[in-house]
Design a protein around this ligand. Structure first.
Ligand code: HDE
Length: 698
């Protein structure tokens, strides 16, 4: 567990400043306390008042303390990332679980038990920095490994495929999804005409669109989502032999997402949901952890595979080629400063180390240009590599790169700033230990072409769809309906349905019916007319890949004065035994007093702690206070939402009037537990391991 502590207590009687005899305010620095200074190191005597001739005189230009403070403040902002602006980062460690030295020279994989420090950043793609955490969107999953042989950035997403096959289309894709240029909205939404217009004219996006409409796009937390390197990369061993590799991050907490209605409400109740959960997980445990798994294969496999392994819109199903676990990443330390680390971290796909190389995937090739370019725009200088979060840690850095904006280092001392030099000084290249690109023969006519082997846009879209459980298929259908219902142009809705007919006829018909499209359009003309019918891949379902435990999850207990103390104790014990947490929601933040007179501070006041913030709920009011609770709309919503979002619910006998007030009497099902005695808590918590009572969705 991290030793990271935030200030938790403040002196209630602390007086911030005192008025002196001359009208000036003073804050007395205690002896030994740190002095407040200017950037030039001059101690500041008064940080509350600017310099004036007389108390009501105009502020003097001479006031360098004021001017310096305001000047620095004026320059606090840097451009946000053009995509993935909203992110959350943390430090961690990678531990090697399998020696891969036979297939790669890459430093993190040379010995079982070898640890490599890392920095991970998760992000949404479309929203700006101040947007919310659970839009329907792809999530970035970027990891910087500070290896002994330089930094390796594995800049992936929580989906294994991408919308487009060639980098040249990226600016159009992003322009289309971002707020429309005239109105400036919608923010952090794909549900608008421009996005769906572009998609409807880009059949290669169909596979990723299925992922985007699935619950993968609304994860419960970063710790319950998978990560993917997306592209096929190369491992290269000491003999220069290449093995293709695809990277996967498999969460220890199992896969879990929220439902759409819950996501929308969560964004209002706690826009910082994912970052808050991550912070709590790192500081309180269980710490977020993922296994790194790899699919490795040779050219022969690539040639025999029915899709092109260089096409980023395709996966190699896990049942076809099992990803092998090679290590574990644990996030164990939050940042000390959000701006310095999370904001300034600069991932570049071009950051590879000996043993890892690129392939000819045209998306990856374009990315290798974009990331370095964008960091210079964002961070303002090629010296961004010196910022601590970006600087290599596991190895020395020596070169003749010099000067530039914000050079904080004095790398070159003396006269030698070039190489080769006859002074017998300075670093030299090392042909054997240095990075060598995989030796590959390249030939072909120069032209703007796409391989024929990239042409099948529907087979894997269908594979994804048929691999979902019925519940997930229902969510996916509803997501299409929701998004397309926000499109004003009927032609766009129709074009999307025409693509869906190539994916699944029933899905197309269901979406069309719910959109009010009376006549099904013809299927979209496909570049490759024959769609393959592939076997379902259970690895693609979230529901089938849950944790099998309620560990790390939270039960929200709505309680009020007089709540049955034994029931509460039973619930807390059962939760603790499972590694889950209990949080109290009460009418007042000061808390409630249970039936044995014990006072429990509340974690949330009822209108600030809706049930969308919890994985399961219990309703444990006092008999005397339940009527008042039932009269509160947020208390009724607490129960209704938990029910609608298919959560497991424990109801103490005293909860009756609240159940009645919500209109749920007579509708309670097997996902609702009669919490009449403390022992029920154990059954309840063990059932919660299923995470949701999906049957309720019918
Ligand atoms: Fe990115 N992407 N991307 N992307 N991407 C950026 O770089 C780009 C793509 C991904 O937490 C930018 O530093 C192009 C695929 C992540 O800081 C930019 C193309 C995948 C992050 C950029 C892609 C990603 C970015 C913006 C098409 C998954 C956030 C800010 C060829 C494999 C990293 C920045 C962080 C960020 C360009 C497609 C993942 C503009 C041109 C595919 C996780 O350089």
């Amino acid at each position: 567990m991290t030793d990271k502590k935030r200030s938790q207590q403040t002196d209630p009687e602390h007086r911030f400043s005192e008025r002196g005899a001359g009208g000036e305010y003073h804050q007395h620095a205690e002896d030994g306390a740190e002095r407040l200074t200017t950037a030039q190191g001059v101690t500041i005597s008064d940080n509350q008042n600017s310099l004036k001739p007389g108390a009501s005189g105009p502020t003097l230009l001479e006031d360098f303390v004021l001017r310096e403070k305001i000047f620095h403040f004026d320059h606090e902002r840097i451009p946000e990332r053009v995509v993935h602006a909203r992110g959350f980062g943390a430090h961690g460690t990678f531990e090697c679980k399998k020696d891969l030295s036979a297939i790669t020279r890459a430093a993190p994989f040379q010995k079982v038990g070898k640890k490599t420090e890392l920095f991970a950043r998760f992000s949404t793609v479309a929203g700006n920095k101040g947007s919310f955490d659970i839009p329907r969107d792809v999530r970035g999953f970027a990891v910087k490994f500070y290896t002994d042989e330089g930094n390796w950035d594995l800049v992936g997403n929580n989906m294994p495929v991408f919308f487009i096959q060639d980098a040249i289309k990226f600016p159009d894709l992003i322009h289309a999804v971002k707020p429309e240029p005239d109105t400036g909205f919608p923010q952090a939404q794909s549900a608008h005409d421009n996005f769906w217009d572009f998609i409807s004219l880009t059949p290669e996006s169909m596979h990723t669109i299925m992922w985007l409409m699935s619950d993968r796009a609304i994860p419960r937390s970063f710790s319950t989502m998978e990560g993917f390197g997306v592209h096929t990369y190369r491992f290269v061993n000491a003999d220069g032999k290449s093995t293709y590799v695809k990277f996967f991050w498999k969460p220890h907490a199992g896969l879990q997402s929220v439902v759409w209605n819950e996501a929308m409400k969560t964004n209002g109740a706690d826009p910082d949901r994912h970052r808050r959960i991550t912070w709590e997980e790192i500081t309180e445990g269980p710490q977020p952890a993922w296994d790194l798994a790899v699919q490795t294969f040779d050219q022969e496999f690539a040639d025999s595979f029915e899709f092109d392994v260089l096409d980023a819109t395709k996966i190699i199903p896990e049942e076809r080629l099992k990803p092998e676990i090679v290590g574990t990443m644990t996030l164990d330390r939050p940042v000390d400063n959000f701006f310095a680390e999370t904001e300034q971290v600069a991932f570049c796909t071009q950051n590879v180390v000996p043993g890892i190389d690129f392939t000819d995937d045209p998306l990856l090739q374009g990315r290798n240009f974009s990331y370095l370019d964008t960091q210079i725009k964002r961070l303002g200088s090629p010296n961004f590599t010196k910022i601590p979060v970006n600087a290599p840690r596991g190895c020395p850095v020596h070169n003749y790169q010099q000067d530039g904006h914000m050079q904080t280092d004095q790398p070159i001392r003396g006269r030698v700033n070039y190489e080769p030099n006859g002074w017998g000084e300075g670093p030299r290249e090392h042909p054997l230990e240095g990075y060598t690109s995989f030796r590959q023969e390249v030939h072909g006519e120069k032209a703007r072409l796409r391989p024929e082997s990239f042409n099948d846009h529907y087979s894997q879209a269908r594979l994804f769809y048929i691999s979902q459980t019925e519940v997930e298929q229902g969510h996916l259908r509803d997501a299409f309906v929701f998004e397309l219902s926000k499109c004003e142009m009927e032609a766009i809705r129709i074009r999307i349905v025409s693509h869906l007919r190539n994916v699944d006829e029933e899905l197309a018909a269901a979406v069309a019916e719910r959109l009010g499209i009376e006549t099904l359009p013809k299927p979209a003309p496909a570049a490759q007319p024959t769609r393959m019918d592939l076997d379902a891949s259970p690895a693609l379902s979230i529901v089938m890949n849950g944790p099998g435990s309620f560990k790390g999850r939270t039960i929200g207990v709505l309680a009020s004065d007089g709540a049955d103390a034994d029931l509460l104790r039973g619930l807390m014990d059962a939760a603790r035994a499972e590694g889950a947490k209990v949080k109290f929601v009460a009418p007042r933040i000061g808390g409630f007093t249970d039936s044995k007179g014990e006072k429990h501070p509340a974690d949330e006041k009822v209108d600030g702690g809706p049930s969308v913030l919890f994985d399961a709920v219990a309703i444990v009011p006092g008999e005397e206070s339940v009527a008042a609770l039932a009269a509160m709309p947020p208390a009724r919503d607490f129960l209704t939402d938990a029910f609608v979002h298919a959560k497991f619910i424990a109801l103490a006998p005293a909860a009756g009037p609240l159940v009645e007030a919500t209109g749920l009497s007579g509708k309670l099902d097997d996902g609702c537990f009669d919490f009449a005695e403390p022992g029920v808590a154990e059954t309840f918590v063990s059932r919660c391991a299923e995470l949701r009572f999906w049957k309720r969705e019918g």
